[in-house]
Design a protein around this ligand. Structure first.
Ligand code: SF4
Length: 355
């Protein structure tokens, strides 16, 4: 009996290396991964272009994991929320968001999160554990299997539960599989990672893979950001924006800055002016996310007028500025909420989708 390794934890390169130890030629890795990611096969016995001996050899030593949703909830706005139970009984969730003619999937990278952002429910519970690459990949595979047209899932965003850069190695491996030719074949233009601002890892990310970067900024000065995001005490705004300036952006791409608008905290026109000045040296676009109150939350959502005024200041400074609302409010679809409901057995908790 062998200890089975999950093939979905292996990138193409690592599978080639693994097979090489047993004298299996490298192009077998291409065949195996195409069966798994292009044809959606979950058993080596179905890989008919491999010899029977090789199929048996692989079945003994490698497993092909899968996740099946334990619960799927559809929202009036067209979004769908998937709750997955992992092998150790922990839950993660993914949110499928309708866009014009295609779908975007928001995936989780950790169970819980250790960043402690004050406006985020997931942050309150702390970090439980990192996800393995396979647990990230399987969120995508399961949702794709659930879609009538799997090709309509075109965009992946790491904005669900967890700080992706705090689970760096797994997330980078997952991105390699998501964008790889032998993997899920998503265009790297359509994969976005959102971070609260782990500065050294932003530099690593720019070196290791090509993806879009989103930064959960939420304030235009350090005093306010310190109150909202403890990570700002380690990596204040100027350090964070320097890392953004160093980030190797392909031509015509921009960094997205996410800004949760909170009444009386960061929503004044003066904050918008400061934000506009702050981002001037960058190719930046801005997503404004009005705070989505949850029971026991210490913050309030701004009035509609304040949200529009804030947006207008940024538009007047020629930033693409979109107001984003948490999708699926009627099913508590902001990331983190369904999991909280499942584990507490009670409704009514929410987290902003900001990663
Ligand atoms: S907003 Fe993102 S980084 Fe901050 S605590 Fe929540 S999940 Fe973590």
């Amino acid at each position: 009996m062998f200890v089975q390794q999950d093939v979905k934890n292996l990138t193409h390169e690592s599978l080639v290396h693994w097979l090489g130890q047993y004298g299996v030629v490298s192009y077998r890795a291409d065949q195996i991964l195409k069966w798994i990611y292009h044809r959606g096969v979950y058993s080596f016995s179905e890989m008919t272009d491999l010899s029977k001996d090789l199929r048996r050899f692989l079945s003994d030593r490698l497993a092909i994991s899968r996740l099946e949703p334990e619960q799927v909830q559809s929202s009036m706005d067209g979004s769908k929320k998937y709750l997955f139970r992992l092998e150790d009984g922990q839950n993660v969730e993914s949110v499928l968001i309708p866009e014009r003619g295609h779908w975007t999937l928001c995936v989780s990278s950790q169970v819980g999160c250790g960043m402690g952002c004050k406006f985020c429910l997931t942050g309150r519970g702390g970090l439980v554990r990192n996800l393995e690459p396979s647990e990230i990949i399987n969120q995508i595979c399961a949702v794709r299997d659930d879609l009538e047209d799997p090709r309509s899932l075109t965009n992946i965003v790491f904005m669900g539960m967890g700080e992706p850069l705090a689970n760096y190695n797994s997330v980078v491996q997952a991105i390699q599989i998501i964008t790889g030719n032998n993997g899920l074949q998503f265009s790297n233009r359509r994969v976005t990672l959102s971070t609260a601002g782990l500065v050294p890892r932003i530099d690593d990310l720019g070196r290791d893979v090509t993806v879009n970067l989103a930064v959960s900024l939420n304030a235009a000065d350090d005093d306010t950001r310190n109150k909202l995001m403890p990570i700002n005490r380690t990596y204040p705004i100027e350090m964070l924006l320097s890392a953004c300036r160093r980030f190797p952006l392909p031509s015509r791409r921009m960094i997205t800055f996410e800004y949760v608008l909170i009444a009386g905290m960061n929503d004044a026109p003066g904050d918008a002016m400061r934000l506009a000045r702050l981002l001037r040296p960058l190719r930046a676009k801005i997503n404004l996310i009005p705070f989505n109150p949850y029971e026991g939350a210490e913050f309030k959502r701004p009035e509609e007028g304040a949200i529009l005024t804030f947006q207008k200041v940024l538009l007047d400074h020629h930033y693409t500025t979109i107001i984003r609302h948490s999708k699926g409010g009627d099913i508590c679809a902001a990331c983190g909420q369904l999991r909280a409901r499942m584990s507490n057995g009670e409704p009514g908790e929410a987290k902003q989708i900001t990663g």
